[in-house]
Design a protein around this ligand. Structure first.
Ligand code: DAU
Length: 357
């Protein structure tokens, strides 16, 4: 067994941050397993491709034979599974890819990992970990009070969160039934560099830069807990290396904001760094649009388990992380154009207009 870690989905937003963190702070060789969907891009991994400890394998996790080949070839000590369809609005428009990738893909990976694990000697088996990276959305929606803990019941609302809940259950079953050494984590809303421009943060920035309306779904009072992506990447590597087998860990930024507050914060930074030509505050671009169907009211994470047991805490505050993120997008508009090429025109997604897949 080698000092090699598989990271699935490492041409995407969080996966690429994990790979960069492993290369910068650890000795492992990183094998990025990514099939490059619309959200996974070469433009995101350009700096890593020439790194001596980085390998890119363009493989789809739905392809079991290809996964078996990768396990045999690289003999990894761990797998961090982040490859997923992740956008709630797209899951409303077309759930099929979410079922295929998030559920069947995870099943394939579990079986490929189990076959590999069964062939390891006792020492290597004790080192091996399968880390499944999931979301707080599996717990459904909170009212105005309370926090998600690792023991919160699963109550997913969207096709996306239902598919992630299903994959969490599969991973747990492979631990209980087959003894595959797994760890799980459920995170809150990530933001930071390289996030595909369909999510709230980059949508706000793109709309402001084009002088277009900023679409706020419904009242804008929905609350999310914002976590800077590099803090999350650090948490994930910590969980993979030191988390207890069979256990799950909630990861959050402890920075709850409603969507209007997020829009206000980003607009205030852009008023300073990119004032509008007519001097009007960017906030005037807000436009309330039809709500997302099944829109969860509030997510908030109790991250005390990972803090108390593994010693992880977020380092970035909402204000410092937002500023870094806005500055990054202003400096990387070429990246935005490249990843959007032909795949997303910035239009509204996820309105459930009655079309089925
Ligand atoms: O909580 C973790 C989850 O966070 C992850 O599991 C998902 O993969 C990730 O996409 C994210 O889900 P959200 O649905 O919370 O993220 P999104 O950026 O789509 O939306 C954030 C909030 O902003 C949500 O309340 C919907 C709202 N929104 C979003 C967009 C794109 C708007 O008001 N306008 C928009 O244009």
């Amino acid at each position: 067994m080698n000092n090699t870690v598989f990271v699935t989905g490492a041409a995407g937003f969080i996966g690429s941050a994990v790979a960069r963190h492993l290369l910068a702070e650890h000795d492992d060789t990183v094998v990025n397993i990514d099939c490059l969907t619309y959200a996974g891009n070469r433009a995101t991994i350009e700096n890593e491709l020439n790194h001596a400890r980085y390998v890119f394998e363009q493989v789809d996790i739905r392809d079991r034979a290809a996964l078996d080949r990768l396990f045999a070839q690289y003999q990894p000590r761990a797998i961090m599974h982040l490859a997923a369809e992740s956008h709630v609005d797209r899951s409303i428009d077309g759930p099929r890819d979410f079922i295929d990738t998030n559920i069947i893909g995870t099943y394939n990976l579990l079986e490929a990992a189990r076959q590999y694990y069964l062939g390891l000697d006792e020492n290597d088996q004790s080192r091996f970990r399968f880390h499944h990276v999931s979301t707080d959305e599996v717990f459904g929606s909170l009212g105005d009070e309370g926090l998600f803990t690792e023991d919160s019941p699963y109550e997913p609302s969207s096709p996306y969160s239902a598919s992630k809940a299903a994959s969490d259950h599969l991973v747990r079953a492979w631990f209980e039934t087959y003894g595959l050494p797994v760890v799980l984590s459920n995170c809150s809303n990530n933001y930071g560099p390289y996030q595909y421009p369909e999510k709230l943060l980059p949508v706000i920035i793109s709309k402001v830069l084009r002088g277009e309306a900023i679409p706020v779904y419904g009242s804008g009072k929905n609350v999310r807990d914002w976590l800077y992506v590099d803090d999350h990447a650090r948490a994930l590597v910590c969980i993979m290396n030191t988390g207890r087998k069979g256990r799950s860990y909630n990861v959050g930024g402890n920075e709850e904001r409603n969507n209007l507050e997020v829009v206000e914060a980003v607009c205030a930074i852009l008023d300073e760094l990119r004032p509008s030509a007519d001097g009007k505050p960017h906030l005037e671009l807000i436009k309330h649009v039809a709500d997302r169907p099944g829109h969860d009211h509030r997510y908030a994470i109790d991250a005390s388990r990972i803090r108390d047991e593994l010693g992880w805490e977020p380092q970035e505050s909402f204000d410092s992380g937002m500023r870094k993120t806005v500055e990054w997008y202003l400096d990387h508009q070429d990246w935005v154009s490249r990843v959007l090429e032909g795949s997303y025109d910035g239009g509204r997604l996820g309105t459930a207009t009655g079309k089925t897949s």
